[in-house]
Design a protein around this ligand. Structure first.
Ligand SMILES: [Zn+2]
Ligand SMILES: [Zn+2]
Length: 314
């Protein structure tokens, strides 16, 4: 299955499909039966109103106004038989394509550290591959003239490079991407079956749109990049878009909408990821809190501190 996410390139037709935020029963059903789980997990997966905001009603150009998504309950996720890490396939590889120039790119090491805490898995960054020496098809965007790389070439290349111990390999780049000639651009593309994906962060830099880089833009670029990396890697685990809470796994159609999304998972999506990876929820929260605070994502770190107390039953 090829997956293109965040299809801002698509022409949006305002056929306002009626998305109604889910009822309490719907979200409970999506989380699934918690009886029989250890008490700590029951607390972690409870739809605590103080921690998790309901999904907002979509505006006219928001993802759920133009994409009719049914949601994916925890039980449906399990029944979809998603790829899961195994003892011999448990490393997430990051493959940088082209340069990540400091000041105009997120730090690969910070991205790696964030992903390692988020997925509670080992994440390794491979040496960058120069674009010039690659065989990827490129073009000048017919409308804007900026250079772009063909995603299908990158995905094909990655399938030949998948290390034996890889859960997945994710190419990350500051070059712009296109999935096929008829498309204007794409943020990223993945093949879940082949466990390969490519994402570009260049459109998260205000300078891409000719806008000034205001004070603090480096933190904004890093935050957006961590967010897209965690969201898209979530898809690699088989998590579909979330329609239950305000959640990292919500679809988004534009930058304002994705900036609005939190950097954390709702209880439905957290339960899916925990089932897949088998991490200790409390240890993961503690490490994520440390990394978020160190990185300067203070609001997220504060949210995590509160969650840690809740999960501990304080
Ligand atoms: Zn997505
Ligand atoms: Zn969610």
């Amino acid at each position: 299955m090829l997956k293109k996410c965040g299809l801002a390139a698509k022409v949006l037709i305002s056929a306002a499909m009626a998305f109604a935020p889910p009822s309490q029963k719907t979200t409970h059903d999506a989380i699934g039966d918690l009886s029989g789980l250890p008490v700590l997990l029951q607390r972690a997966f409870a739809p605590d109103a103080g921690s998790f905001d309901p999904i907002p009603n979509p505006g006219p150009n928001d993802w759920l106004a133009v994409h009719d998504e049914p949601g994916q309950t925890f039980d449906e996720f399990k029944a979809s038989r998603p790829n899961r890490p195994a003892p011999d396939r448990r490393i997430i590889y990051l493959q940088p394509l082209g340069d990540f120039v400091p000041e105009r790119s997120p730090s690969i090491d910070k991205l790696r550290e964030f992903a390692a805490a988020f997925f509670a898995m080992e994440v390794k960054a491979l040496p960058p591959i120069p674009i010039q020496s690659s065989k990827f098809a490129t073009r000048q965007n017919p409308l804007t003239g900026n250079p772009q790389i063909l995603t299908s070439d990158v995905l094909k290349f990655l399938t030949t490079r998948l290390p034996a111990d890889a859960f997945c390999i994710l190419a990350i780049t500051m070059e712009d991407l296109y999935p096929e000639p008829s498309w204007n651009f794409v943020f990223g593309q993945a093949s879940l079956r082949d466990r390969v994906a490519v994402y570009s962060f260049v459109r998260y830099d205000p300078a891409f749109y000719g806008e000034p880089r205001m004070a603090g833009y480096e933190m904004l670029l890093l935050r957006r990049s961590c967010k897209v990396l965690a969201h898209e890697t979530g898809h690699m685990f088989g998590l579909a878009h979330c329609t239950y809470f305000n959640c990292l796994m919500n679809g988004s159609n534009h930058l304002v909408e994705s900036d609005r999304r939190p950097l954390h998972l709702c209880p439905v999506c957290l339960r899916k990821l925990q089932w897949s990876i088998g991490f200790d929820v409390l240890e993961r929260y503690l490490e994520l809190e440390r990394v978020n605070r160190l990185t300067g994502f203070t609001d997220e770190a504060d949210w995590l501190s509160r969650r840690i107390k809740t999960v501990q039953g304080e």
